[in-house]
Design a protein around this ligand. Structure first.
Ligand SMILES: *[C@@H]1O[C@H](CO)[C@@H](O)[C@H](O)[C@H]1NC(C)=O
Ligand SMILES: *[C@@H]1O[C@H](CO)[C@@H](O)[C@H](O)[C@H]1NC(C)=O
Ligand SMILES: *[C@@H]1O[C@H](CO)[C@@H](O)[C@H](O)[C@H]1NC(C)=O
Length: 402
């Protein structure tokens, strides 16, 4: 109806001037011809551009096909819908989700994730109240047997001061909604112990934690680690430290220098080769550098193969080579190697006594901290068997203050 009415109006406008006089009608003819020319030119432009649009759509179609190989299409369009809904509220570039992602779920590849995590703001001051957080990163094969002790450690603490990340490939942590571990699993991939995939998992934990701009310190832990000081002490010790705690030393034996491969020259010389415990603690500045490095990581992936273990050499060597001055060169995680052999001692229920824990916390040795001395050398310890949980829970408040 609307269409035919428009047509009537147009016809009426054209027919009226033609019938007035000859001069008028020749002017009208000119007008008509010029309108025709405009119309034809318009048609041509229309045809040309529509063929471009077709090309464009075909291209998009290809891309979409490519994506649907990887993603569930329904989920994909559902997410797009949700994003659209957010945008309508004017929240497309929400500051909140940029500085602290609400969910740990994402579909980024490691390449994409590491790139995003390596972005550093040029501006020094933050446009929000930034409380420096400690990121507790659990690298596990599956369940966390000592989880109740960690729950107690975090219990009642300010949630602004810490965040938790769990890398557990193919495993779902079954914890209550009220648990601080609830929905704290990052997208994980299989790990072969002793291979470079272990370094990949460490970088994946660092990168996911870096997406939260408030995370200032990053601690790597295993399912066999326990805290030996309370949260307030750990948070203060870490956030006030001028150095990172990455074990890094020159071991002249076959278990150190013996694992060096000459093909790493000239990028890594034997004199630069370092060894250190895998259980590191890093300041944000170093965490970014580790996630951003590809050159040296690639050398280790290529030339550090059993019996060379990238998790014991890559970070200690890389950090020593470029950022030595930022490092304390010691680990904060106590490990008992006194049994010799390839694996450290595991503590079971019978080993857990008040005296034992007190010695872990302070055995009289002093350690350097911000160019001073402190009797707190370790904040964490490993390896603890599942059976150690009950005795630990029964003496934690008396000995460890939580
Ligand atoms: C750790 O070792 C590096 C390299 O030798 C050195 O520059 C740095 O000062 C050491 N850190 C401390 C706290 O002594
Ligand atoms: C744990 O206790 C047992 C039994 O007393 C002892 O044999 C073992 O050496 C202890 N382990 C460690 C690592 O101290
Ligand atoms: C205390 O622990 C450190 C580190 O494990 C060790 O090197 C040192 O010998 C211990 N000291 C005593 C007095 O047991």
């Amino acid at each position: 109806m609307a269409r035919s009415k428009e047509k009537e109006d147009a016809d009426g406008r054209f027919s009226a001037p033609v019938s007035i006089s000859m001069a008028d009608s020749s002017i009208s003819m000119l007008k008509l011809i010029s309108i025709l020319i405009v119309f034809v030119v318009g048609m041509v432009i229309g045809l040309v551009s529509s063929s471009n649009i077709n090309k464009y759509f075909t291209f998009q179609g290809d891309q979409f096909d490519f994506k649907s190989h990887y993603f569930d299409t329904e989920q994909f369009s559902h997410d797009a819908e949700k994003k659209g809904a957010n945008c309508e509220k004017g929240d497309c570039l929400s500051m909140e989700s940029f500085i602290r992602p609400k969910s740990l779920t994402h579909r980024m590849t490691d390449d994409e994730l590491f790139w995003r995590a390596s972005l550093v703001p040029e501006k020094e001051d933050f446009p929000f109240k930034r409380v420096p957080r400690v990121a507790f990163m659990f690298l596990t094969r599956g369940p966390l047997p000592l989880l109740p002790l960690w729950e107690r450690f975090f219990s009642g603490q300010d949630k602004e001061k810490y965040s938790i990340y769990v890398h557990a490939p193919g495993f779902e942590l079954n914890v209550a909604v009220s648990s601080v571990f609830y929905r704290r699993q990052i997208p994980s991939q299989n790990v072969q112990w002793g291979s470079v995939s272990l370094v990949d998992a460490e970088k994946r934990l660092l990168a996911n934690a870096l997406l939260d701009f408030s995370n200032e310190r990053f601690v790597l832990l295993s399912e066999r680690c326990i805290p030996i000081y309370n949260f307030a002490t750990v948070h203060k010790y870490l956030t006030e430290s001028l150095h990172s705690f990455i074990d890094s030393y020159d071991d002249p034996s076959r278990y150190g220098r013996g694992r060096y491969n000459r093909r790493m020259q000239p990028d890594i010389r034997l004199a630069e080769w370092r060894k250190g415990s895998q259980w590191f603690e890093a300041h944000r500045t170093l965490a970014v550098k580790i996630v951003a490095d590809f050159k040296y990581y690639s050398i280790f992936r290529k030339y550090c193969r059993p019996s060379c273990y990238p998790d014991e050499h890559y970070i200690p060597t890389y950090v020593r080579k470029f950022y030595g001055a930022l490092n304390s060169n010691r680990s904060l995680t106590y490990v008992d190697w006194s049994m010799m052999g390839p694996h450290p001692a595991t503590f079971t229920a019978v080993n857990i006594t008040t005296q034992f824990l007190q010695l872990l916390r302070n055995n009289g040795t002093m350690c350097s901290y911000n160019s001073e001395k402190t009797n707190i050398c370790y904040l964490f310890a490993r390896k603890f068997d599942e059976s150690a949980l009950e005795p630990l829970l029964s003496i934690s408040s008396q000995v460890m203050g939580f």
